[in-house]
Design a protein around this ligand. Structure first.
Ligand SMILES: *[C@@H]1O[C@H](CO)[C@@H](O)[C@H](O)[C@H]1NC(C)=O
Ligand SMILES: *[C@@H]1O[C@H](CO)[C@@H](O)[C@H](O)[C@H]1NC(C)=O
Ligand SMILES: *[C@@H]1O[C@H](CO)[C@@H](O)[C@H](O)[C@H]1NC(C)=O
Ligand SMILES: *[C@@H]1O[C@H](CO)[C@@H](O)[C@H](O)[C@H]1NC(C)=O
Ligand SMILES: *[C@@H]1O[C@H](CO)[C@@H](O)[C@H](O)[C@H]1NC(C)=O
Ligand SMILES: *[C@@H]1O[C@H](CO)[C@@H](O)[C@H](O)[C@H]1NC(C)=O
Ligand SMILES: *[C@@H]1O[C@H](CO)[C@@H](O)[C@H](O)[C@H]1NC(C)=O
Ligand SMILES: *[C@@H]1O[C@H](CO)[C@@H](O)[C@H](O)[C@H]1NC(C)=O
Ligand SMILES: *[C@@H]1O[C@H](CO)[C@@H](O)[C@H](O)[C@H]1NC(C)=O
Ligand SMILES: *[C@@H]1O[C@H](CO)[C@@H](O)[C@H](O)[C@H]1NC(C)=O
Ligand SMILES: *[C@@H]1O[C@H](CO)[C@@H](O)[C@H](O)[C@H]1NC(C)=O
Ligand SMILES: *[C@@H]1O[C@H](CO)[C@@H](O)[C@H](O)[C@H]1NC(C)=O
Length: 419
């Protein structure tokens, strides 16, 4: 009797300890000058399979690359993982992972596994300490694959959720999801804002993309707020069944599909993408001078110019069945463009990459130029089936909106001539 009662009480306690039946590991930052990497990795090793890991409020000092392998697990990240800004250390290729195949990009923090949730409760996430990185790279050339680390990488993750997460001052891409399925990001804030007055008015934060999606299926990006100096979202090769809802992009290049077709030997497929409730807004020019596009599509051209990660081209593929609905633009340079000459030279072959079945629905707001729509498609394949419904973006007073269509077939709803 007594034994049964004790077992019942114990199982009730362990059930209440976490929403999962396994154990709970709780850690707090060790304090200034101390290194938290070991205790974070130990907690994940102990509770990352079938358990719950709680990182309390405060700053966890992370000094080396880290993988969390999570299976049937929950992580409550109330505080921040602060990655030491030791640029020489991270640029040594031995000190990061190279799990993101495209452009050989580096990662300092990888989450992998299945059936997990990482909840940062709108109080925690990652401190990227980007300012010294951005300062350093004002005098050193930036190249894809040079080793600047992605702040948060989901790699081979299945049914993972990232919730109410903040990434402050990402040195490079804020997020990447690669080779993953059925991932939900609900609540993501990234903010790459230069605070060094020496560089006021300059974009010293190129490549601070909000996310790049690659080789991943069934990914939802919900409730994002991104301040950056590059692509807010970048949908790259083999991204299928992607949903983006309630996205605010502050500064940078806008939402990109691409670049696509960089690898001549790989087909890039982008299919079934639904985006709604997008706001693209220009911010204080002394912090971030660019707000280039609303949503834009880009492929490399049909010739090979160099090799990846920095060069390439001539890749085949298609981007198909894309809907862009309820989009508000606030002083963007160009609301929407398709261009197919990335990395190209005059005299190159036209791109073999095909854009088709793209639907614009209910766009409003303002552009700072009159180049409202530019569909500059490849003569080798044409763009086909592009529709516009309720596309009402204003151009500067006194200017006439310009709509460019090159090699675009079955374009409807423009309500104006296409030149
Ligand atoms: C982080 O840990 C390293 C290594 O112990 C230490 O040198 C550094 O001062 C710590 N940083 C902070 C902000 O505590
Ligand atoms: C990386 O590690 C390898 C193997 O330990 C070593 O030979 C190489 O010198 C290291 N590279 C750098 C840049 O430290
Ligand atoms: C897509 O992902 C969601 C969230 O993980 C999941 O509920 C749904 O079953 C997935 N759909 C498919 C077709 O895999
Ligand atoms: C981004 O960070 C800058 C500098 O810290 C701050 O002024 C700005 O309010 C932040 N933006 C958002 C949207 O949180
Ligand atoms: C949209 O996302 C922002 C975070 O970026 C959030 O604060 C806001 O509540 C969301 N709006 C809706 C209607 O869910
Ligand atoms: C999108 O915006 C519309 C109109 O404001 C609103 O009715 C709808 O709930 C929003 N949907 C999402 C998923 O944010
Ligand atoms: C495609 O080319 C890249 C080099 O640009 C190489 O790393 C990769 O292995 C090749 N992939 C295939 C499937 O041939
Ligand atoms: C995309 O998927 C197709 C087939 O599903 C494959 O042939 C191609 O190599 C993949 N491309 C990339 C970039 O992985
Ligand atoms: C096109 O994409 C939408 C999601 O935006 C999806 O519901 C629909 O089934 C797709 N159409 C086809 C023909 O696959
Ligand atoms: C833009 O930011 C600069 C530097 O922080 C500040 O001095 C200026 O007042 C801001 N301008 C506006 C319009 O907020
Ligand atoms: C069009 O988009 C605006 C801005 O998101 C929204 O307020 C409005 O409800 C949308 N209209 C329709 C018919 O969905
Ligand atoms: C592109 O479209 C034009 C005009 O409809 C047509 O004449 C041409 O044959 C098309 N080219 C291809 C490659 O489909």
């Amino acid at each position: 009797m007594l034994t049964t009662a004790i077992i019942l009480i114990l199982s009730a306690i362990s059930f209440c300890a976490g929403q999962l039946s396994g154990r709970t590991c709780t850690i707090s930052p060790l304090g200034v000058g101390r290194d938290d990497t070991d205790q974070v990795l130990a907690a994940i090793a102990k509770c990352g399979h079938g358990g719950r890991t709680v990182l309390q409020h405060g700053v966890f000092n992370i000094t080396r690359k880290m993988t969390w392998d999570l299976v049937d697990a929950k992580v409550d990240l109330h505080g921040f993982l602060s990655f030491v800004p030791d640029i020489d250390f991270w640029l040594n290729a031995n000190n990061t992972y190279r799990v993101v195949f495209i452009q050989s990009q580096a990662s300092w923090f990888v989450i992998t596994g299945q059936d997990f949730e990482v909840d940062a409760h709108n109080t925690g996430g990652i401190q990227g300490n980007g300012q010294p990185w951005w300062d350093f790279f004002t005098t050193v050339p930036r190249e894809d694959g040079d080793g600047r680390p992605i702040a948060l990488t989901l790699f081979r993750a299945v049914r993972g959720v990232i919730r109410n997460f903040a990434i402050e001052a990402q040195p490079f891409w804020c997020n990447c999801v690669a080779e993953s399925q059925s991932v939900v990001y609900d609540g993501m804030r990234c903010n790459a804002s230069n605070e060094n007055p020496t560089f006021a008015g300059q974009n010293i934060v190129p490549n601070t993309d909000g996310i790049d999606t690659y080789r991943s299926d069934n990914v939802s990006l919900l409730n994002w707020d991104i301040t950056c100096g590059d692509d807010c979202l970048a949908i790259k090769g083999n991204s299928t069944n992607i949903v983006a809802e309630n996205i605010t992009c502050r500064g940078g290049n806008g939402i990109a599909f691409g670049s696509l077709g960089q690898y001549f030997n790989l087909t890039d497929i982008v299919q079934n993408v639904f985006m709604q409730n997008l706001t693209m807004t220009r911010i204080n020019a002394s912090v971030q001078p660019n707000m280039q596009n609303g949503v834009y599509f880009k492929s490399w051209d049909g010739s090979i110019n160099g090799v990846p990660p920095t060069g390439g081209g001539a890749g085949p593929g298609f981007a198909q069945n894309i809907t862009l609905k309820n989009v508000v633009l606030d002083r963007v340079n160009r609301p929407t463009t398709i261009s197919q000459t990335n990395g190209g030279h005059s005299g190159d072959l036209p791109s073999m990459y095909k854009f088709e079945d793209i639907h614009y629905d209910n766009w409003s707001g303002t552009a700072l130029t009159n180049e409202v729509i530019a569909l500059e498609c490849s003569a080798a394949v044409n763009c086909t089936d592009i529709t516009f419904e309720g596309f009402n973006v204003s151009v500067p007073a006194g200017e006439t909106p310009e709509i460019i269509c090159q090699n675009a077939e079955d374009v409807s709803g423009l309500g104006a001539a296409c030149s």
